[in-house]
Design a protein around this ligand. Structure first.
Ligand code: SF4
Length: 300
């Protein structure tokens, strides 16, 4: 997602438009951290509680850059949203990204490698235009931050790439993916994320999104999904169960590793006991003493 415009970190405590000093920091669940906990509780701990640094990858950086360009594209008048303009936006978006995160430049050994990578990123933007015509779309919002509190007190928080509202009022949520269309595990993960956003939007606005659209730019495919109330109600209970499990682990410090083939992509393998490492001492669950549960120094 467009990191230049938002923080997707689960511990980002301040909803947009609300002065920081006016509100307590609240524990909240984001789709990425919920997925982390489902995959491996210790991965969740390292990311959300310890907040251990991770090395950025080219794939993540490409995703951030493409999201940033598409966000800029939709800020322009409709008639200017074409392929050439998107290509022109790439270099300034990269400069801005590296100004914020200079370490990203270290992902490349030199100009030729960077140029090749930018060219292949431009091809993803080309692919976007094969999936839809942005001149025919007037989004209600791009990089929309959503935060809502469920009846149980669980706070959901996240960013939706794009919210489209039809003249007839139907709401569509759009998410851009810069990887290939998912297979099995990835598809489940992508739908989990979209259901999370659908539920958050439904609960915050009272409108059930009529459609969830995932756009896989790498292989020029879209995946559409129509949520229904019964399913999202069930999903809400699933999230609450995950959150209760997170709170139990957080208070006891018992975040167990759950090794899988995904460990190969985990930056924390060297400090993971499941792989012979030693985890740093548990820093403790960040709960505010006056409000055990949902007011705290750190989001979940
Ligand atoms: S290496 Fe595997 S088991 Fe260890 S923290 Fe990472 S995902 Fe979990």
């Amino acid at each position: 997602m467009a990191q230049s415009a938002r923080s997707d970190h689960p511990t980002d405590p301040h909803p947009a438009g609300q002065p920081q000093q006016d509100r307590p920091r609240r524990l909240a669940l984001s789709p990425s951290r919920a997925s982390d906990f489902k995959q491996c509780p210790l991965l969740y701990r390292f990311r959300a509680v310890d907040r251990l640094p991770e090395t950025p990858t080219r794939a993540q950086t490409r995703g951030t850059l493409v999201h940033s360009v598409l966000e800029r594209l939709f800020e322009l008048p409709a008639e200017r949203r074409d392929r050439d303009t998107a290509a022109e936006l790439l270099a300034p978006a990269w400069r801005e990204l590296t100004a914020e995160q200079p370490e990203l430049a270290d992902l490349f050994s030199g100009e030729p490698e960077l140029d090749d990578w930018l060219k292949s990123t431009g091809e993803l933007l080309e692919a976007y235009f094969e999936l839809e015509d942005p001149q025919r779309i007037e989004p209600e919002a791009c990089e929309q931050r959503v935060e809502t509190e469920l009846d149980s007190g669980l706070v959901l928080r996240g960013f939706i790439d794009r919210v489209d509202v039809a003249p007839t009022g139907e709401v569509r949520l759009v998410d851009y993916k810069t990887g290939s269309a998912p297979r099995q595990l990835n598809e489940a993960k992508a739908l989990f994320q979209m259901k999370f956003y659908a539920l958050a939007l439904w609960r915050s606005r009272g409108e059930l999104p009529s459609r969830l659209l995932l756009m896989y730019l790498a292989d020029r495919q879209s995946l559409a999904y129509t949520p229904d109330e019964a399913e999202l109600n069930r999903f809400e209970r699933t999230l609450e169960a995950i959150w209760q499990a997170i709170l139990r682990a957080g208070r006891s410090g018992d975040f167990r590793p759950s090794p899988s083939r995904l460990c190969g992509f985990c930056d924390f393998k060297p400090v993971c006991p499941a792989h012979g490492g030693t985890a740093p001492p548990y820093p403790g669950w960040p709960e505010a003493p006056e409000s055990p549960g949902l007011s705290s120094a750190t989001d979940g």
